[in-house]
Design a protein around this ligand. Structure first.
Ligand code: NAP
Length: 330
């Protein structure tokens, strides 16, 4: 088949409107949104109108039966990821699925077998694997601009309360998956850390609840070592009061790199700081392009189910070890 992929979108919430649709608007040569689905009608109708008065359905099984849908973009509450993905693949549709891959490791383990079972493209829309900022950092590290990396610190400090748009989604507050915001957000950071420094070996984690209104746990810190010997601390705080920061500091033999949103500073003793600002849309455009080439040209996707399974596994194993107050081997 050639031409734009006929895409059905399942879930017309925040990510569909604010993150996926803006990217898809720039990719009309590659994707045609043919139908959308939301189980509550106003959201389905409004989104269908926004896209261009296209058809909408309230039951995703109906969308999966349609001939004008070749692939689906699943953007649902996390606890529905497993079943919706399975149903879509059973119906013969290619799948792009929002992160995290599943709500627990039993489901994620079962999904690891899907690429063998179904001759279809499947990817997890882990946008951090595509973010231009991290790709640039990776190039700088590979070029040894700051020498040999030995340590990394990533502080993600936010204050989330019930007025935050994400905390207004009921499924995030009464989450049916461990870790609440820590898992929801943290898989992104684990994906980026693994992309930059390789797989994790082990570590020590701590978890706390500061504000029960936003879920069971909201404050997490993981001290880790990668298999390549880089040590690090990743702190993921969602109830930081009065202070916010999203900053990665990389220490290496000949310098340091600080990554803050889309800005990269290269610091070397006695030299002027080099500052770069990266044109970074969050990686949404590139993840759709990757999915397109996989469906149309048989290319392997970057954000495989296997990679996302590992991201989730690290977060869940760290959370469990923190509860049990033991060291974790990943
Ligand atoms: P959201 O706003 O709640 O969107 C989910 C949508 O699914 C809602 O509109 C909900 O409708 C609908 N829905 C629920 N059950 C359904 C069903 N059985 N059939 C059809 N529609 C159903 O949440 P979100 O923030 O967009 O998050 C959705 C996904 O995107 C999650 O996996 C999340 O992790 C991911 N996400 C990723 C990023 C990123 O940067 N990559 C950012 C945000 C979110 P109602 O609200 O009417 O129940």
């Amino acid at each position: 088949m050639s031409g734009p992929i006929k895409l059905g979108i399942i879930g017309c919430g925040i990510a569909a409107r604010d993150l996926h649709y803006p990217a898809l608007q720039k990719l009309k040569d590659k994707f045609e949104i043919t139908v959308v689905c939301n189980h509550t009608e106003p959201k389905a109708r409004d989104f269908a109108e926004l896209v261009g008065n296209i058809p909408y359905v309230l039951d995703y099984h109906e969308l999966l039966q349609r001939d004008d849908v070749e692939a689906v973009d699943i953007i649902l509450p996390i606890d529905l990821n497993f079943q919706a993905t399975k149903d879509a693949l059973e119906a013969g549709k290619h799948v792009m699925l929002e992160k995290p891959i599943a709500a627990n490791l039993d489901e994620a383990d079962e999904m690891l077998a899907f690429p063998e079972k179904y001759p279809l493209v499947m990817m997890v829309a882990e946008n951090f694997r595509y973010r231009p900022t991290f790709r640039r950092v990776k190039d700088l590290l590979s070029a040894k601009v700051i020498g040999e990396v030995y340590s990394v610190f990533w502080n993600v400090f936010y204050h989330v309360d019930r007025s935050n748009k994400y905390a207004m989604t009921e499924w995030r507050i009464n989450h049916k998956y461990p870790g609440g915001f820590i898992t929801d957000g943290g898989v992104h950071n684990i994906a980026a850390l693994r992309f930059l420094f390789g797989d994790f070996e082990g570590g020590h984690a701590f978890v706390k609840s500061i504000n029960r209104e936003i879920g069971e746990q909201d404050t997490f810190s993981l001290q880790f070592r990668t298999k390549s010997g880089v040590d690090g601390v990743f702190s993921d705080f969602f109830s930081a009061n009065g202070y916010s920061e999203n900053r990665m500091i990389i220490f290496a033999s000949e310098g340091s790199i600080i990554v803050s949103d889309n800005s990269i500073s290269i610091l070397r003793q006695g030299k002027k700081t080099q500052l770069e600002t990266v044109d970074d849309d969050g990686g949404y455009y590139d993840e759709f392009v990757d999915f397109y080439h996989a469906v149309r040209n048989g290319q392997r996707v970057i954000a495989t189910f296997q990679e996302s399974h590992r991201d989730l596994e690290i977060i869940i194993q760290a959370l469990e070890a923190a509860e049990r107050k033991v060291r974790v081997r990943f």
